[in-house]
Design a protein around this ligand. Structure first.
Ligand SMILES: *[C@@H]1O[C@H](CO)[C@@H](O)[C@H](O)[C@H]1NC(C)=O
Length: 339
């Protein structure tokens, strides 16, 4: 018999006792097997609301929300342990399969780094090939090996190299940021590299087009978006438990600031809240347009809170002119399993 999922094991234990509340059951320790091959869009059900991050792909139906009301969503992830052990890894697989392509196996790579002043040179060797690149560092004044500064920009191998060559930097306080296309890169970095302490995508949404930014598999979902087993909020939620601060300008319709603020952010926050890390996600809705530099200073208090515990009175849950979340788009968030 195939291995069952986390929650199915719980359901099986409850067996015929239908009256037994299944919510909160903690029995399971096996996760659903990774599907191979992955389903095509035709094999995936259309979903009338944003995909429920707590529902494994295997149990996704067109009627998820009804299932939560009628059957108490017994196939959903019930505990944070199940989220981190089963569902978050499954989301990482789905995202690599349908959107990002597969992340390299870093254990098969070798990295060499040298530092020359404020330039760090890297050579990464894998599969007999070597790629060379460099990073420029700008240290705040006063930074030294005994007074380390947080890294303002880091990526997987760059972070390794900085850790090896720049003792003035604190590799346990790492932020990654970028705007527009680099905002999408930022989101991907925070998603795949859990050493990143705070992920700061700026103006990083997109309404349509720009197919070259993703794996061509995502293109098969054009005109079939309702079959996609995840959405932008799923990506944001999969960054848990690490911090995420989103910056969007109201004058920037092409990156869909409105939907980012009213749908993506609150839907992801529901998962952060449920996991007990609600203070690790925030949004800065500002005026003005694409990649406005004011975004950086506006998110700084949030970043300082994450890095140093510095208090701030700024409300990073404020959707500004957009008002309130459009919760009808993600009705599952009002019925998360009780802890
Ligand atoms: C930095 O290097 C130290 C010593 O090798 C290691 O323990 C630590 O995990 C590294 N940190 C990062 C963020 O890679």
């Amino acid at each position: 018999m195939r291995a069952t999922t986390c929650f199915l094991a719980g359901a099986a234990v409850a067996g015929s006792a239908l009256a037994t509340p299944l919510v909160g059951s903690r029995q399971a320790d096996t996760c659903a097997p990774i599907p191979s091959p992955f389903p095509t869009w035709q094999q995936l059900p259309t979903q009338s609301s944003l995909p429920d991050p707590l529902l494994p792909r295997k149990y996704t139906t067109t009627d998820n929300v009804k299932d939560i009301l009628v059957r108490k969503g017994r196939n959903r992830i019930q505990t944070p342990e199940q989220w981190y052990k089963c569902r978050q890894p499954e989301i990482m697989q789905l995202l690599q399969e349908y959107q990002y392509g597969y992340y390299p196996d870093h254990s098969q790579e070798k990295v060499e780094a040298t530092r020359s002043g404020n330039t760090v040179n890297m050579a990464v060797t894998a599969g007999g090939k070597t790629a060379k690149f460099k990073a420029t560092i700008s240290l705040p004044s006063g930074a030294s090996a005994s007074r380390k500064a947080p890294v303002a920009w880091g990526f997987y191998r760059t972070l390794d190299a900085l850790n090896m060559t720049v003792p003035e930097m604190d590799a346990s306080r790492v932020g990654v940021t970028g705007c527009s296309r680099l905002g999408k890169g930022t989101l991907a970095a925070g998603l795949f590299d859990k050493r990143i302490t705070v992920t700061m995508p700026m103006s990083s949404g997109v309404k349509s087009g720009a197919g070259w930014w993703t794996s061509s598999k995502l293109g098969t979902f054009v005109n079939h978006a309702l079959n996609l087993p995840y959405d932008a909020h799923t990506i944001a939620a999969a960054i848990t438990p690490k911090a995420l601060i989103i910056d969007q300008g109201t004058g920037d319709a092409s990156t869909d600031s409105k939907a980012t603020a009213m749908v993506v952010y609150p839907a992801a926050k529901a998962i952060y809240d449920w996991l007990g890390v609600g203070d690790k996600i925030g949004i800065n809705v500002r005026g003005r347009g694409h990649c406005d530099m004011s975004g950086f200073s506006s998110v700084l208090p949030f970043v300082q809170k994450v890095f140093f515990g510095t208090r701030t009175t700024k409300d990073y849950n404020n959707l500004g002119g957009y008002g309130s979340p459009m919760s009808t788009a993600f009705p599952w968030s009002t019925a998360v399993p009780r802890q």
